[in-house]
Design a protein around this ligand. Structure first.
Ligand code: SF4
Length: 472
C-alpha cells in the first residue's frame, strides 16, 4: 500500500491519457477535410479497412444537475429535446458510413459483405445520461447501427446508467438490445453527501439494479465513486466503501473530485467550506485503496479496479490491456468513430473533435460535412511517445529494445531527460530501471499517471516554460 506521504506528493493535476497527445493539444486548423482524408487513407489499405472499429455515441441530456459535474451536458426535463438530436446523430452516422464506403465500395473492399460499413468491436453510449433516451429511441438507434455495422462475436457493448433513470425492466430491455456492460454512476452512498451534490439515489435502488443486471448476465458491471466531495469524512466514506464491497461490482472507478468552480459553473453551487481539506482528501484516497486491496480488487491503474476474474484483470495479467477514450479495454487498439457533440474520433494517425454545442454541431451537418472543430495529425514523435505512454499505463512496461527497433532511435540520447527523472521514481520504489527498460512496481500502479507524464513532451515543455517565466 502506498503511504500517505507519497499520495500527498503526487496529489497533482494530470491528464488521464485516454489519448496522447491529450485533447487540449488539438488545434482548430484541423478540420473536417483532414478527418475525411484520414478515412480515405484507412479505406485505401485493405488491411486497415478490414479492422474492426470502436464507436462512441454522446447523449448530452440529463434531467437534473449534479453539482460536481464537469461533463458536456444539457440539463432538461423536456424529453422531446432528444428527438431532433437523434436526427442530427443519424445525419452524422450517414456521413461516416459514406466515408467508410466511398473509397472501397464496401468496408472490406471484397464486395461480399452486402455493402456493410464495417465491424464494431466496441460500442459505448456516454453522456450526459444515455438513459435519458426512451427504450424506443434506444431500440431505433441500435437497429440503425445494425443496418450498417456488424458486431464482432466478443464485442463490448456498454452504456452509462444513471440509476435514477432506470428500473429492472429497462435493464432487461438494454440486455435484449445487445448491451453486455453497464456502468452505474453512484459517487457516494451517503445520503448527506448525495444531497450536497444534488444527486440523491437510494442504496436499495442501486443494489436492486446491480442484482437485476447480474441475473440478466451482463458480463461486467462497473460502479463509479468520487472522493473529495462536500460532506465526505473518513467515517462516512468508510461506510460507503463497506457498502461498495458488499455490492461487489466487477469494476470500480474511483475518481478524485477537482473543485474548479471558475471553470465548471455547476460547481459554484458546492459549498467550498464543506469540502474535505487536501489532507483529508489524501486520507480518503488511502482509505479507498486499502478497502479495494482488502476486498481483493486488482489495481488496473488510473484509479480503476477490477475483481480478479473480470476480463480487465485477466487482460492486465496477460499484458493485453489497451487504453482508449472509454478508459481501459480488453479489446485490441482500433480506430474510433465518435458521434455526437464533443465526441472525439481517432482515425489512423489523427484525432478530431466534434463541436461542443448542439447549434454548431447541427450547422455543420446541415452544410453536409462532418462536424469537426479541431483535431491533430500526429507527428512521428507523438506516435512514439503515445506507444511509450500507453505501454506504461497498460502493461506497466517500457521495453527499450522494442522502442529502438520500432522507431529507429537511440533511446539513451532521445530520452536522457526522462530517464534522469525516472531515477526519482526508482528511489521511491515506484519503478524498476534496468538496461532493458522500465517496469512499474506494484506500489507504482497508484502513481502510473505521474510516471507517464514524464514522457508527455507537451506537458514537460509547458512546465519548463512556467518555471522559466517564474524565474524571470
Ligand atoms: S448525470 Fe453525469 S453528466 Fe449529467 S449532470 Fe450528473 S454528472 Fe453531469
Amino acid at each position: 500500500m502506498p503511504d500517505a506521504a507519497l499520495l500527498e506528493r503526487f496529489n497533482i493535476a494530470g491528464p488521464r491519457y485516454t489519448s496522447y497527445p491529450t485533447a487540449d493539444r488539438f488545434v482548430e486548423a484541423f478540420g473536417h477535410a483532414d478527418l475525411e482524408a484520414a478515412y480515405v487513407q484507412r479505406c485505401s489499405i485493405p488491411a486497415l479497412a478490414n479492422r474492426p472499429l470502436s464507436m462512441y455515441i454522446h447523449i448530452p441530456f440529463c434531467e437534473a444537475l449534479c453539482y460536481y459535474c464537469a461533463c458536456n451536458k444539457i440539463i432538461t426535463k423536456h424529453k422531446e429535446r432528444a428527438a431532433p438530436y437523434l436526427v442530427d446523430l443519424e445525419r452524422e452516422l450517414a456521413l461516416v458510413v459514406q466515408q467508410l464506403r466511398m473509397h472501397t465500395g464496401s468496408a472490406s473492399g471484397r464486395g461480399d459483405d452486402g455493402g456493410r460499413a464495417g465491424m464494431l468491436s466496441q460500442l459505448h453510449f456516454g453522456g450526459g445520461s444515455p438513459t435519458f433516451l426512451s427504450d424506443e429511441q434506444l431500440t431505433q438507434w441500435m437497429a440503425r447501427l445494425r443496418e450498417h455495422f456488424d458486431f464482432t462475436p466478443d464485442a463490448e457493448v456498454s452504456i452509462e446508467v444513471d440509476p435514477r433513470t432506470v428500473n429492472p425492466a429497462r435493464l432487461q430491455h438494454l440486455r435484449a438490445l445487445g448491451f453486455n456492460r453497464l456502468s452505474f454512476g453512484v459517487q457516494d452512498f451517503d445520503a448527506a453527501v448525495q444531497e450536497a451534490v444534488h444527486r440523491v439515489q437510494s442504496t436499495e435502488q442501486v443494489f436492486e439494479l446491480v442484482h437485476t443486471a447480474r441475473q440478466l448476465a451482463f458480463e461486467s458491471i462497473n460502479v463509479d465513486l468520487i472522493y473529495g466531495l462536500p460532506g465526505q469524512s473518513q467515517a462516512s466514506f468508510g461506510q460507503t466503501l463497506q457498502t461498495l464491497v458488499a455490492l461487489k461490482p466487477d469494476r470500480v472507478a474511483l475518481y478524485a473530485y477537482a473543485h474548479l468552480p471558475e471553470r465548471f459553473k455547476p460547481q459554484r453551487r458546492i459549498d467550498s467550506l464543506r469540502l474535505p481539506s487536501a489532507d483529508e482528501k489524501v486520507a480518503l484516497q488511502a482509505l479507498a485503496l486499502q478497502a479495494m486491496n482488502q476486498a481483493g480488487y486488482v489495481d488496473i491503474g488510473m484509479d480503476h479496479f477490477a475483481l480478479p476474474d473480470d476480463g480487465l484483470a485477466a487482460a492486465k495479467r496477460k499484458g493485453l490491456l489497451h487504453r482508449n477514450f472509454q478508459g481501459y479495454s480488453t479489446q485490441p487498439d482500433t480506430d474510433l468513430i465518435g458521434l455526437g457533440v464533443s465526441s472525439i474520433s481517432k482515425i489512423g494517425a489523427t484525432y478530431s473533435q466534434n463541436a461542443k454545442d448542439i447549434e454548431s454541431y447541427r450547422d455543420a451537418l446541415e452544410q453536409g460535412h462532418l462536424p469537426v472543430v479541431r483535431g491533430l495529425a500526429l507527428s512521428r514523435d507523438d506516435l512514439m511517445r503515445r506507444d511509450i505512454i500507453m505501454g506504461l499505463m497498460c502493461q506497466g512496461v517500457l521495453d527499450i529494445a522494442s522502442i529502438e527497433q520500432q522507431w529507429m532511435v537511440d533511446f539513451a540520447s532521445a530520452f536522457a531527460r526522462e530517464w534522469a527523472q525516472m531515477r526519482t521514481f526508482e528511489s521511491d520504489g515506484l519503478v524498476q530501471l534496468s538496461h532493458e527498460g522500465i517496469e512499474v512496481t506494484a506500489k507504482g500502479w497508484t502513481f502510473v499517471r505521474a510516471i507517464a507524464m514524464v514522457f508527455d513532451r507537451y506537458l514537460q515543455e509547458a512546465q519548463r516554460r512556467a518555471q522559466f517565466s517564474k524565474i524571470l
